[in-house]
Design a protein. Structure first.
Length: 640
């Protein structure tokens, strides 16, 4: 029997009979050789290649999200992890330090949509009032012209303005209001008082912002030949209350577990100390004096915001409690403390290691607050784990399913590999997610997630000694390379490993499966990230897929009806170069497909490939190939 075929184009494919993916024709991976396409990145930015081929980048503030370098939105809390699998092909789950958030990769709309937190806090019921600033007498050591007050005179000005500001704050506090900005946050507690979700602190303020930024105008007049008399002035301040809105929740996991919401706020601070006093041009009779408290310029304003944020971290106080909160709430809060200071630990930290499995229905991730703790949870409520265990003494950097046909699922348990500071661990988790056990399989750990990469056939990692190792199943094999390795990456488009040395002194590629190592002089990479992405020594993000030669990854499969039992198969292929080309036959129908024959070839092919085969009686035979080829390759014929 002969099977003649040409590699079809994407538009010619009928998924009911066969399919092909030619990434070069589609243009999503390869491009002609030329100037490397780069986008600037900064330290701390995380980059991921998405299923659509686009690149998702997380800004160094861990809030901003970019697609191919274009800002698309911000998360409501710092980025935690990206889950490799979602409940659908068009969904990617992002976790943050407060709650799961979803980004929907819509091929129809071509954009990503972040979902914000349901709970909102905002200033409301603003009331502006004027407060008198007493007149004062200055030293009079001023002549015509412009300048600044002397230190003794400025101290006098501080006193009268501070008195007016304290009066304004006292009157506002009497009705549960504030005049100065305040950092606030919410947290959800279960029936046992355990925090199951919390927001990042947010700055709440009236329209005028830091009210002390408004200058107080006072007329400076001359008496007895000196500028000594300063008239009274007016301090205008706006007080506000805080409105909280909680829509009726459709989030089942929160609805089941949430018993109470608490609102926290920072203590009020005074912003008088450090004020600046200045006056304009003095004429023969009078001048206008302006007193501006701290915050009059951008630098001091940023310092004020940081100061109030630090105050929140030290002594946040509970100002309101809302029981049974998820039935829909909208209320105005008085900003006055109910409780003593509540401990508040900043949730900003390193992004978490994470691994999804069972079709995206469950997620396993490292605890962000406790070193070496592994958590297992349903993917729809990743911040509500049902199982936890101490796996390592050091920080967990990466979690992966082992390489193999089972994908890690075997004997009713799920098996994972955990890469930590102090070693590599094999982890087993039961179906209920409640029982987690672990065993160390390598006594030397890794320095970070960039030291681990998953390829088609195995997991490759560089341990803290700089040794490159291959992990397949539970077997670890050392790979000889010419330098110590600090980061490992994998390019699926070319079936290559990329490795770099500490300090980006050396970068090399390793062809799979031949393991031929080639030094690269055109790239000095500091680390490798998701599938073919690298950060070079200049801090630029490089897409190695787009910078490669005009080779392409091809996949082809066809299922044919046959009564074939045994004999010889001949593949007729002409190619100037193939790399890891996998030619596979599988008997199909009447049970799981059974592999009949598999050839993996590399190099130049200009002669038929033949193999003796035997197959049990099956109604169908699946023919497939997958690998990297030169563009002038021709797949001519399969002959039985």
């Amino acid at each position: 029997m002969k099977l003649n075929f040409n590699l079809p184009k994407i538009s010619d494919v009928s998924l009911s009979s066969n399919y092909a993916v030619n990434l070069r024709e589609r243009g999503s991976v390869l491009s002609p050789v030329g100037t490397p396409q780069t986008s600037l990145t900064e330290a701390g930015v995380r980059n991921f290649r998405l299923p659509s081929g686009r690149i998702l980048s997380v800004g160094d503030d861990r809030h901003d999200l970019m697609i191919d370098g274009e800002l698309i939105g911000s998360l409501s809390a710092p980025f935690g992890a990206l889950l490799p699998e979602g409940p659908g092909d068009d969904c990617i789950i992002l976790t943050t330090n407060s709650a799961p958030e979803w980004l929907i990769d819509s091929q129809l709309r071509g954009k990503f949509t972040p979902l914000k937190s349901e709970i909102t806090l905002e200033a409301t019921q603003e009331i502006t009032s004027d407060h008198a600033v007493e007149a004062l007498k200055l030293s009079g050591n001023y002549q015509r012209g412009s300048g600044q007050l002397t230190a003794p005179d400025l101290a006098k000005a501080y006193q009268v303005i501070e008195s007016a500001m304290l009066t304004a704050e006292s009157r506002a506090a009497g009705s549960g209001r504030r005049v100065q900005p305040v950092w606030m946050a919410w947290q959800i507690l279960d029936a046992g008082g355990k925090v199951i979700s919390r927001s990042e602190p947010m700055l709440i303020q009236a329209t005028g912002g830091f009210q002390g930024n408004k200058s107080v105008e006072m007329i400076l007049t001359r008496k007895d030949g000196k500028f000594t008399e300063c008239s009274s002035g007016t301090l205008r301040m706006t007080s506000y209350a805080v409105r909280i809105q909680i829509p009726r929740s459709s989030d089942s996991w929160r609805r089941q577990r949430a018993a109470r919401i608490e609102i926290l706020a920072s203590e009020p601070l005074s912003f008088i100390n450090g004020a600046i006093g200045a006056f304009n041009q003095i004429d023969s009779a009078s001048s206008m004096l302006y007193i501006s408290p701290l915050g009059g310029d951008e630098a001091s304003l940023n310092a004020l915001k940081e100061r109030t944020r630090n105050a929140f971290s030290r002594s946040a106080r509970v100002i309101a409690r809302i029981d049974n909160p998820l039935e829909g709430v909208e209320m105005t809060l008085g900003v006055s403390a109910l409780d003593d200071s509540a401990a508040w630990t900043s949730s900003i930290g390193e992004p978490n290691a994470v691994c999804a499995y069972r079709g995206g229905s469950a997620v396993v991730y490292a605890d962000a607050y406790r070193t070496g703790i592994l958590l297992a949870a349903p993917s729809l409520s990743p911040l509500s784990p049902v199982g936890s265990a101490k796996v390592s003494a050091g920080k967990i950097h990466e979690i992966m399913a082992p390489a193999g046909n089972s994908g890690g699922w075997n004997y009713g348990r799920y098996h994972l590999l955990v890469f930590a500071d102090d070693g590599v661990y094999a982890v087993s988790i039961d179906r209920s997610l409640q029982t987690i056990s672990s065993q160390q399989i390598h006594g030397c750990g890794v320095s970070g997630p960039e030291a681990v990469a998953r390829a088609f056939d195995a997991i490759y990692f560089a341990d803290s000694r700089g040794e490159l190792l291959k992990l397949k199943g539970s077997k670890i094999e050392s790979i000889s390379v010419p330098f110590a390795v600090s980061s490992v990456g994998f390019s699926s488009a070319h079936s290559e490993l990329w490795i770099t040395s500490p300090g980006a002194r050396h970068t090399a590629t390793i062809a799979l499966p031949s393991m031929k190592c080639t030094l690269r002089t055109d790239l000095h990479a500091t680390r490798f990230e998701s599938d073919g992405l690298a950060v070079d020594s200049a801090g630029a993000l490089r897409d190695l897929h787009r910078e490669a030669e005009r080779n392409c990854l091809v996949e082809w499969m066809r299922r044919i009806e046959t009564d074939f039992k045994s004999g010889e198969i001949t593949w007729q292929i002409d190619s100037a170069m193939v790399q890891g080309l996998d030619l596979t036959l599988a008997a199909d129908g009447g049970g799981a497909p059974q592999r009949v024959n598999q050839l993996i070839v590399s190099g130049r092919i200009n002669a038929p490939l033949r193999a003796k085969i035997y197959s049990p009686q099956r109604p169908y035979l699946s023919v497939s190939f997958r690998g990297v080829v030169a563009p002038e390759s021709r797949f001519r014929q399969i002959k039985f």
